[in-house]
Every structure is written in structure tokens, then in C-alpha cells.
Design a protein around this ligand. Structure first.
Ligand code: RIB
Ligand code: CA
Length: 311
């Protein structure tokens, strides 16, 4: 077996961020080296506390640090209607053991340090891109040291927080523009593909039977599923963020298309839209590989097997 892909995860848990962390912790093909939290689904205080609890519950003993608590320019707009007041409503996760609390470093520093040591690391971003943009603004040489960003965000088609924009990009479009214009190779898991990663009742019950972590994952999906049914009329919730980690484990699950992607930062109706040049009409060179198709049954087999490994 080849060496695991080493990853730094920048997250805003968030139910689907938690599933992404569980997948990363459970599958031997990836190794989490550190985790930074960012404001997004909920306030930074809540997303950082959630990231810590989820990481520790999954057996990750890596540094977890709190990053940026607001977007670069606009005011924060959280998503309690989807993730609840805590940002991770549903099952109660245990407090971290003494000595395994939040790292005192700022999350942007921890992210930067992940790419300042020997050995290749991939950046996985499953929340707004505020921490990533801040790291690039503070240390432009990171563009040479981050080999790839696999991010959940944007869409070729419709948005989810507005008709035009997906939540992670809408939360901080200016940060997303910095990242998409950085020149760092990007794999974009947008809504076009993440809406295929639906946690069907069969998948949820397979998780519920998969052990200690699987039960909690299923209970998180119970809450997340009720939110998605109430707000969007979805029969099952899309585990958006887990698509990033699944791609690193098994790229063949996904069909990608190279595209030039720009981020709209001005339009009153289109702020936060990823403008994806599907047919190359702009003549701009592609700056992202955009995922368009997912082998959902294989994705869920991967999820259940990995989470079952956590016991
Ligand atoms: O639009 C979905 C994205 O927004 C996911 O990352 C979810 O966790 C929320 O952050
Ligand atoms: Ca997220």
C-alpha cells in the first residue's frame, strides 16, 4: 500500500464537516496532520469547539486550532437553520480529555506551519476560505508550498444559500476569490457533485450498525436530514464535505472537468457565485478541476468501511 496522503483540514463543523473528519480519521489512505477551524456554519467559538470534540472522538490526537472568526470584508451570516444553535446539534459528543484541548496557536498559523515542514501535505477545506486566504495574504510564498487544495464550495449550477451562491463561498467571497486566483491547483467539490452524496436511509442505518462512531455519525445525520427535509425538501441530506476526503482516498469515484472558475464579489444578486466556464468560452485557462459526477454507492461503501474502523 502506498504512503497515506497527509492532509491539513480547515473546517467549520457542521454535520458534514464531522463526517469528513470521521472519514479521514478512519481510512488508512489519508493521515490528518492538523486541523484549523473557521467561522462559517456557526461562530468560531462553536466551530472550533465542535472540531475539537469531533477530532478527539474520532481518535485524532493532532493539533486543532481556532482561526478567523469573521469574513475578510462582510459580516458573518451563520447557518443555524441547518446545523442548529451549537453548529452540531443532535448527539452529545464528549469533552476532550485534559491536555487535548485547542492548540494555543492561531488556526492560520497552524495551517501555515503544516506547509512549512518537509513532506508533502494536501490542504482540504470544507468551510469558508477565510483562513486559507489569510494564510496566503500573510505569506505569499505559500503558493509554492501548497501543492493542491481540495475544497468543498461553489457550484456550476444553482446555489443553496442564495439562488446564485453556495454557502462556503457566499460566507466570504473575497477570500474565495483570493484562493481561486492564487494559482494553486484546486479540486472543487461543488453542489453539482455533493448533492449526489445523499445519506439515504440505507446508508444511515449501515452507519448506525457500524460501531461507536458510526452510531454518532448516524445521529448527526438524523438531525442533518431533518434540517434538509424542512429547509430544502430533500429526502436525504447531502454530506457535502466528505466528498473532499473521499476524492483523496479514491479519485476514481469522481468525474472531474477542468474549468476556469471566477468568484463574483460585487453583484447584489450574485455575490458569492462561482462563475464556471464549462465550455471554455472566456478563453481563460482552467484554474480548477470541478467534480461533476459521483459513484454514490461506492462512496457510501467507503464511508461505512472507514467509519467502522474507528470502532
Ligand atoms: O454548502 C455546503 C457547505 O456549507 C458545507 O461545507 C457545509 O458544512 C456548510 O459549511
Ligand atoms: Ca463545512
Amino acid at each position: 500500500m502506498s504512503a497515506p496522503v497527509r492532509i491539513h483540514m480547515d473546517v467549520d463543523p457542521g454535520h458534514d464537516d464531522a463526517l469528513a473528519l470521521f472519514l479521514a480519521a478512519g481510512h488508512p489512505a489519508v493521515e490528518v496532520v492538523s486541523v484549523s477551524a473557521v467561522a462559517g456554519n456557526q461562530s468560531l467559538a462553536k466551530t472550533a469547539a465542535n472540531a475539537l470534540r469531533v477530532a478527539r472522538f474520532a481518535g485524532l490526537r493532532v493539533p486543532v486550532a481556532a482561526g478567523m472568526d469573521r469574513p475578510l470584508v462582510r459580516e458573518a451570516v451563520h447557518a443555524p437553520e441547518i446545523h442548529g444553535e451549537s453548529g452540531l446539534d443532535g448527539p452529545a459528543l464528549p469533552d476532550p480529555e485534559p491536555g487535548l484541548g485547542l492548540d494555543p496557536r492561531h488556526g492560520v498559523d497552524l495551517l501555515t506551519e503544516a506547509f512549512s515542514r518537509p513532506g508533502e501535505v494536501t490542504l482540504v477545506a470544507t468551510g469558508p476560505l477565510t483562513n486559507v486566504a489569510m494564510a496566503l495574504l500573510r505569506d505569499p510564498s505559500l503558493v509554492q508550498r501548497i501543492p493542491r487544495i481540495v475544497l468543498m464550495g461553489g457550484s456550476v449550477g444553482l446555489g443553496n444559500v442564495t439562488p446564485a451562491a453556495e454557502f462556503n463561498i457566499f460566507f466570504d467571497a473575497e477570500a474565495a476569490r483570493i484562493v481561486f486566483r492564487s494559482g494553486i491547483p484546486i479540486v472543487m467539490m461543488g453542489l453539482d457533485v455533493t448533492h449526489q452524496a445523499l445519506a439515504t436511509p440505507e446508508a444511515v442505518e449501515a452507519l448506525r450498525a457500524a460501531g461507536r462512531v458510526g452510531r454518532v455519525a448516524a445521529e448527526l445525520l438524523d438531525f442533518f436530514g431533518a434540517s434538509y427535509q424542512r429547509v430544502f425538501g430533500f429526502p436525504a441530506p447531502p454530506v457535502h464535505d466528505a466528498c473532499t476526503v473521499a476524492y483523496l482516498i479514491e479519485p476514481s469515484l469522481f468525474t472531474l472537468r477542468p474549468m476556469a472558475v471566477e468568484v463574483e464579489c460585487l453583484g447584489p444578486l450574485t455575490y458569492g457565485r462561482t462563475v464556471c466556464d464549462v465550455h471554455g468560452v472566456t478563453g481563460r485557462p482552467p484554474n480548477a478541476e470541478v467534480a461533476m459526477q459521483l459513484d454514490a454507492p461506492a462512496f457510501w461503501r467507503l464511508m461505512v468501511e472507514a467509519i467502522a474502523r474507528l470502532g
